[in-house]
Unconditional design. Structure first.
Ligand code: NAD
Length: 292
């Protein structure tokens, strides 16, 4: 392996320590404890583990964590009413609805119900719009974490070519928007399932962010030597040698990409820890704003 490992866990630990200091200072100076409400509908195992990790991280940073669990059979209006209550609750500075919601729910309607000033995931249309025009807003957590991970490689992105694979509203599109901001100044190509000859684009990229949700979407032969690879994918592949019967892998073939890249994120231990960290960051920021 030639590539430097971009250690998301280490960066997350350092950033969370900084956040914990910010939380302690806010408590001491203003008597305010940042509060995050996490709503989980149904019992999707991946969602349960994400929610558990978020709550643990929240408590470790000294924040208030409020968990609201609802059965998959709950009426959408009841969920919306719970969000409305949290919107009005002064102890809560951030509201997160774990996605995906079970079948039958309108994610759009549910996300729209979150007050933009408590939308610490950065998913409401108001926050997305503010991000696009460069206004003050909560940046979406995974894309924001990705920018931080690229920064630790020391690569100056100005004038570089960044290829983003995937055009989802939560990863691909916002990552492309953040990379093309003037403060970052990369030239961005957004690839997706309609892209013909993906490798022709990735081979000219200085940075590749892969968020396709499919193992082996990116392989070493598709990279320019020295490129930085950020692997967002979290895929469960069957593995009889593991206790759980599966192992996690990203969207990049780690072994072949690490031979060609200059730096690469591992899965797990890359993007995931930074996503939760930026959620805490936004919650602290929200608590500072309310009292500011
Ligand atoms: P999604 O399914 O909504 O979108 C995937 C996108 O990839 C689509 O836009 C599609 O056009 C594109 N795509 C798929 N296969 C492709 C191919 N072969 N070539 C080009 N484009 C292709 O997924 P998402 O919500 O953006 O998530 C992507 C992955 O990232 C998933 O594995 C998800 O679990 C993971 N994820 C991880 C974190 C984290 O914090 N680590 C956060 C969000 C998502």
């Amino acid at each position: 392996m030639n590539a430097q490992l971009i250690d998301g866990k280490k960066l997350a630990t350092e950033t969370r320590a900084e956040i914990a200091r910010g939380v302690a200072a806010l408590k001491a100076e203003k008597g305010v404890t940042p509060g995050l409400a996490v709503i989980l509908v149904g019992d999707n195992p991946a969602s349960v583990s994400y929610v558990t990790a978020k709550e643990k991280a929240c408590r470790e940073a000294g924040m208030l964590s409020r968990e609201i669990r609802m059965p998959a059979t709950v009426a959408e209006d009841e969920l919306i009413a719970a969000i409305a209550k949290l919107n009005a609750d002064p102890a809560i500075h951030g509201i997160l609805v774990q996605l995906p919601l079970p079948k039958g729910f309108s994610e759009k309607r549910v996300i729209d119900a979150i007050a933009p000033e408590k939308d610490v995931d950065g998913f409401t249309p108001v926050n997305v719009g503010r991000m696009l025009i460069g206004d003050d807003c909560f940046l979406p957590c995974t894309p924001h974490g990705i920018i931080k991970l690229i920064e630790v490689t020391g690569m100056d992105l100005a004038g570089k070519h960044a290829v983003v694979i995937g055009r989802s509203n939560i990863v691909g599109k916002p990552v492309a928007a953040l990379l093309s901001r003037k403060s970052v100044n990369a030239t961005v190509t957004l690839c997706h399932t309609g892209t013909k000859d993906l490798a022709a684009f990735t081979r000219t990229a200085d940075v590749v962010v892969v968020a396709a949700g499919r193992p082996n979407t990116l392989t070493g032969d598709m990279l320019k030597p020295g490129a930085v690879v950020i692997d967002v994918g979290v895929n469960r592949v069957p593995d009889a040698t593991k206790e759980k019967g599966y192992r996690l892998c990203g969207d990049a073939d780690f072994a072949s990409c690490a031979e060609v890249a200059s730096a690469i994120t591992p899965v797990p231990g890359g993007v995931g820890p930074m996503t939760i960290t930026m959620l805490l960051w936004n919650t602290l920021e929200s608590a500072r704003r309310v009292e500011g």
